[in-house]
Design a protein around this ligand. Structure first.
Ligand code: BG6
Length: 484
């Protein structure tokens, strides 16, 4: 069995990492806009340091990002040239509801996205749209404490209903919340949460998770009512955990860590809380408030497909002393000597992708979608902006081979593959531009210098050929492309 002829090959971006124009067209600030590049980014992302506006002495890369707000026509043209069947993007919540709790949406924001969808349609590119990708309007954080508050369920639902109705006919594939499990690891990024002294952090995070799960179910229900053709997916920051040794307690730790992510998807795909989570709340004394009717909402709208990001696998142990050599990942992980690492310490593991696909398919029996995968690397452009990124081709080729095996050999149902950062963009974890994922180089550095000009890398031609042959020809292109 080869890949389906309608397999959705494409690329992925997120509003805050590409658009810029953050105060244009009636838009207001959101959490991600105030994440500075540099040392304090982590503390802000973890919700340990309050930063709710732009401050002197910091550089905020989302402010201009790669200026796709003004350049999307040209960028989509390049995606079309590569033969994209799908383009994953996100809407900026505060472009549509600038404060988050406004009674009416901002027409200029809606019109902006309509322009993008029209352009995609012209090129027969299917949009795959994330409603919230690390995105909480600042006003909702100041006024309600972000996703600490149940009020966010209604604000998010209104936002979702607005865009689902407005873009009916343009968008068939929707994702409710990007990497929903990131809420546990970076509560400000995932939920606009800033901790105060004395907070029971675990309780606050899982309460916010309950609200996000409710909001996601509501959006899924609305989507199906608006248009039964719509397919809604959940989105997991994926990558499984290996036990550091075959000590049973290490394997138990790996299961536990996998469940931290599966917890969300179990609810979104199956429509109810798994027992292990309810037991966790009970045993750890977490008082998670669930109102009458919440269980019915969750049960009423399981997602149609399961999407996930995959960059690397992780290795864990039950013994803290094993964590001497950790990797650069956001999730605590021991260095796995069997795997090479990226320049940022993420461990490259294509077979891990095949295994993840199998695990997810066994668990949910729903179609899967790889909506992020790619190599963050430092590129050296020549004087024409051309980058000979054979290392990126090599990474992607191995991952394509891995997911093809999952489909062709293991029988996993896979809807598509959208590589992360198909055009260079701002890195979410570090705020750097120098951590590049794209097929298209963007002239911009970590301090905001550069022309923002676009040019094709070697991988541009490679991916074009991969798509044209539906994944059959994965060889490197012989001829280099001149810059755009
Ligand atoms: C995922 C996010 O976490 O990984 C993206 O959904 C992010 O927003 C991507 O950019 C890669 O991570 P980073 O930190 O290298 O940009």
């Amino acid at each position: 069995m080869a890949l389906d002829k309608n397999f959705l090959w494409g690329g992925a971006t997120a509003a805050n990492q590409v658009e810029g124009g953050v105060l244009e067209g009636g838009r207001k600030l959101s959490n991600i806009d105030v994440l500075p590049c540099g040392e304090d980014r982590k503390a802000v992302g973890f919700g340990e340091m309050e930063m709710l506006e732009w401050k002197e002495g910091y550089y905020y890369p989302a402010k201009e990002a790669i200026d796709m707000y003004h350049r999307y026509m040209d960028d989509i043209q390049l995606f079309a040239e590569m033969g994209f069947k799908a383009y994953r993007m996100s809407l900026s919540w505060s472009r549509i509801f600038p404060n988050g709790d406004d009674a009416e949406p901002n027409e200029e924001g809606l019109a902006f996205y309509e322009g993008i969808f029209k352009e995609l349609k012209k090129h027969n590119i299917e949009p795959l749209v994330t409603i919230a990708h690390f995105d909480v309007p600042i006003h909702l954080i100041k006024e309600y404490g972000g996703w600490r508050s149940r009020k966010l369920v209604d604000f998010y639902s209104r936002y979702a209903e607005t865009v689902l109705k407005r873009f009916k006919g343009y968008v068939k594939y929707w994702l409710t919340i990007n990497e929903i499990n990131i809420l546990l690891h970076q509560p400000f990024v995932g939920g606009g949460i800033i901790f105060k002294e004395g907070d029971n952090k675990e309780e606050i995070k899982y309460q916010a998770a309950h609200y996000q799960l409710l909001a996601s179910a509501k959006a899924t229900k609305i989507a199906h009512e608006v248009d039964p053709e719509i397919q809604v997916g959940c989105m997991l920051a994926g990558g499984s955990h290996y036990p550091y040794t075959c000590r049973p307690e290490d394997y138990q730790e790996a299961i536990k860590r996998d469940r931290e992510g599966y917890f969300f998807i179990d609810v979104q795909a199956r429509g109810k809380y798994p027992n292990y989570a309810l037991k966790k709340f009970e045993q750890e004394g977490l008082n998670i408030v669930m109102e009458d009717g919440d269980a019915e909402i969750l049960a009423s709208a399981p997602v149609d497909f399961v999407s996930f990001s995959y960059y690397c696998s992780r290795t864990v142990s039950a013994h803290p002393e094993d964590y001497q050599q950790a990797t650069g990942n956001l999730f605590a992980s021991i260095k796995n000597d069997n795997l090479p690492s990226t320049e940022w310490g993420w461990q490259i593991d294509p077979l891990g992708l095949r295994n993840s696909l199998n695990q997810l398919y066994d668990r949910y029996q729903k179609p899967l979608f790889i909506v992020e995968n790619g190599l963050g690397a430092i590129d050296q452009p020549d004087e024409n902006g051309f980058v000979d990124d054979e290392y990126r081709i090599d990474y992607l080729r191995k991952h394509v081979e891995a997911f093809k095996a999952a489909v062709e050999v293991d029988g996993v149902e896979l809807l598509g593959y959208t590589t992360w950062g198909c055009i260079d963009l701002v890195a979410a974890s570090t705020g750097q531009m120098s951590k590049r994922y794209g097929f298209i180089y963007v002239d911009r550095d970590d301090e905001g210098n550069g022309t923002l000009n676009r040019s094709k890398k070697k991988s541009f031609d490679w991916y074009k050929q991969v798509i044209a042959t539906n994944g059959e020809n994965l060889a490197s292109p012989v001829v280099a492309t001149a810059s755009v």
